[in-house]
Design a protein around this ligand. Structure first.
Ligand SMILES: Nc1ncnc2c1ncn2[C@@H]1O[C@H](COP(=O)(O)OP(=O)(O)OP(=O)(O)O)[C@@H](O)[C@H]1O
Ligand SMILES: [Mg+2]
Length: 285
């Protein structure tokens, strides 16, 4: 597999008043085009830091984030701006990521205007995106505070799509939503993936969501990856003690829908430290 995204030895330590937090410590994984990799683990395990680094929203201390052969951690200027649209991020709190003064339509059109798309074209495309994510035209002049949480998250999805990304890093995008809205948003993301060949790094603490949408799952604790494999294999037959504890703490209902996983591949350079239990299923020693 030629990975679309390759994260190699990612390390990020934060220096705080109380000392150094080793948020991410040598994390490596690959994402194939069109794949969804779920990143799970307890609070503070470093998931969001990995996601932010993959979207180049933060600088890293060590390691590489390679997208389409280019190391995002090393580029600047125009190339960095171009890569910003390649990897888009969706956050848990859509309210915080929207400008309160922008109407729904303006929020979606903005990334296109920034890219130099003409106003009329941008507003036409924003209108189409708005409808694609399930927002009615009648809402186009509303401000974020005049919409529901689910509607706001749909704006954020449309905004991400407006940048024409290849990869979307979704950081707990549905955890603030009501269960029924959560299901609708997950279904929308799955449809968009199929339609546009999108690749997802999907951060969640909800194992039912993993079962529903992920091809593979990576388990993090204390800034490191403990286990990585096809979602089915990891959920049914967890190899790391910590993954087993995680599953015991939150039993996962039977799968409602199985997705076909891409061919399993060992992460490069990990052969020495990861041992194989099932095809493509790796666990830290
Ligand atoms: N800007 C920062 N400055 C200092 N420490 C930080 C910063 N960002 C994150 N951390 C710390 O790094 C560690 C990992 O944080 P991160 O947000 O990546 O965890 P997470 O797995 O996303 O957790 P959660 O599930 O609660 O969102 C935590 O100990 C956190 O306190
Ligand atoms: Mg987080």
């Amino acid at each position: 597999m030629t990975p679309l995204l390759e994260v190699v030895g990612l390390t990020k330590h934060f220096r705080t008043g109380g000392g150094t937090v080793r948020a991410v410590d040598g994390v490596s994984f690959r994402l194939a085009a069109g794949e969804t990799l779920a990143l799970v683990g307890e609070s503070g395990s470093g998931k969001s830091t990995v996601g932010r680094a993959a979207a180049r929203l933060i600088d890293v201390d060590e390691g590489r984030v390679i997208v389409g052969g280019e190391d995002l951690t090393r580029i600047t200027g125009a190339r960095l701006r171009a890569s910003r649209s390649t990897v888009q991020m969706i956050f848990q709190d859509p309210f915080a990521s929207l400008d309160p003064r922008f109407t729904l339509l303006a929020s979606i059109a903005e990334p296109m205007l920034v890219r130099g798309v003409a106003g009329r074209t941008a507003s036409g495309e924003a209108m189409a995106l708005m409808e694609r994510v399930g927002l009615s035209r009648a809402l186009s002049a509303r401000l974020p505070h005049e919409l529901s949480g689910g509607q706001r998250q749909r704006i954020c999805i449309a905004r991400a799509l407006a940048a024409e990304p290849k990869i979307i890093v979704a950081d707990e995008p549905t955890s603030a939503l009501d269960v029924s809205v959560q299901a609708q948003v997950l279904a929308l993301l799955a449809e968009l993936q199929e339609e546009r060949g999108l690749t997802f790094l999907f951060i969640t603490h909800d194992l039912a969501i993993v079962r529903r949408i992920a091809h593979r799952v990576a388990v993090m604790r204390g800034g490191r990856l403990l286990e990585l494999g096809p979602a089915d294999a990891v959920l049914r037959n967890p190899q790391h003690e910590y993954t087993r504890a995680l599953l015991l703490a939150a039993p996962v209902p039977d799968p409602t829908r199985r997705r076909q996983a891409p061919p399993p591949t060992a992460p490069s350079g990990w052969e020495a430290t990861w041992s194989e239990f099932a095809p493509g299923h790796w666990v830290a020693r």
